[in-house]
Write a protein that binds this ligand. Structure first.
Ligand code: TZP
Ligand code: MG
Length: 216
């Protein structure tokens, strides 16, 4: 599956204001997001799986990759397109052994060193995390900022998605500093109109990427 990381939605049921994850994903996909990660920190396995199956049915025919946060078992069970692993999750080399070849593995990097290691170990993409301060995830390391993103870009050729505090106000700067895409939770999940929020971000990122290409 060819991967477009331009606008990468990460779900969070606590920020959805009572709306279901499937509703948020549906709206966000209509608005143009290019990738979806299901991130369930509190759901039990049965609940996570039934949600993932429903989301999978909706997005599979649209050729949008579905990534599962952390849970290789859930990803395998529903034949997701890949998994996303943090620095404290299953090591990449072990995950690679457990997953079929076609599954992609994304790694969160919290420093330049993490990013270089993930690239050397064969990550399919890297989440640069957190790029800005964010209230959404409280156990993050200090924000890396745009200049660190740029230095990661100069050292690593793996696709980079920037996560943490990214929104319509800073997405253009994030792309200009070398990200291939923006990964967002609250900018879409907590929006009054997630479809409109996704569409706006998609426009901003598309324009920034076109500009970027012209200047290269
Ligand atoms: N990983 C690093 S920051 C973060 C995650 C999951 C939260 C991103 O949420 P938001 O609302 O887009 O800042
Ligand atoms: Mg994790």
């Amino acid at each position: 599956m060819s991967m477009d990381f331009s606008v990468y939605l990460v779900t969070d049921r606590d920020l959805a204001d009572g709306r279901s994850t499937l509703d948020i994903v549906t709206a966000a996909v209509r608005g143009g997001v290019s990738c979806v990660q299901l991130r369930e920190k509190d759901a039990d396995t049965r609940e996570f799986i039934s949600e993932a199956v429903a989301v999978r049915q909706f997005i599979a025919r649209r050729r949008i990759p579905l990534i599962i946060n952390d849970r290789l078992d859930v990803a395998l069970a529903i034949d997701a397109d890949g998994v996303h692993l943090g620095q404290k999750d299953m090591p990449l080399s072990l995950a690679r052994r457990l997953l079929p070849e076609h599954m992609i593995i994304g790694i969160s990097a919290e420093s330049l060193e993490d990013a270089i290691e993930a690239a050397n170990d064969g990550a399919d993409y890297i989440g640069v995390s957190p790029i800005f301060a964010t209230p959404t995830k409280t156990d993050t390391s200090p924000p890396l900022g745009l200049e660190t993103l740029r230095s990661i870009r100069t050292r690593v050729s793996v696709p980079l998605v920037a996560i943490g505090g990214v929104n319509a106000g800073n997405a253009e700067a994030v792309i200009r500093h070398g990200a291939d895409g923006v990964a967002v939770i609250s900018a879409i999940v907590a929006a009054d109109d997630p479809e409109a929020a996704a569409r706006n971000l998609t426009d901003i990122v598309r324009k920034a990427k076109n500009e970027d290409r012209r200047h290269r």
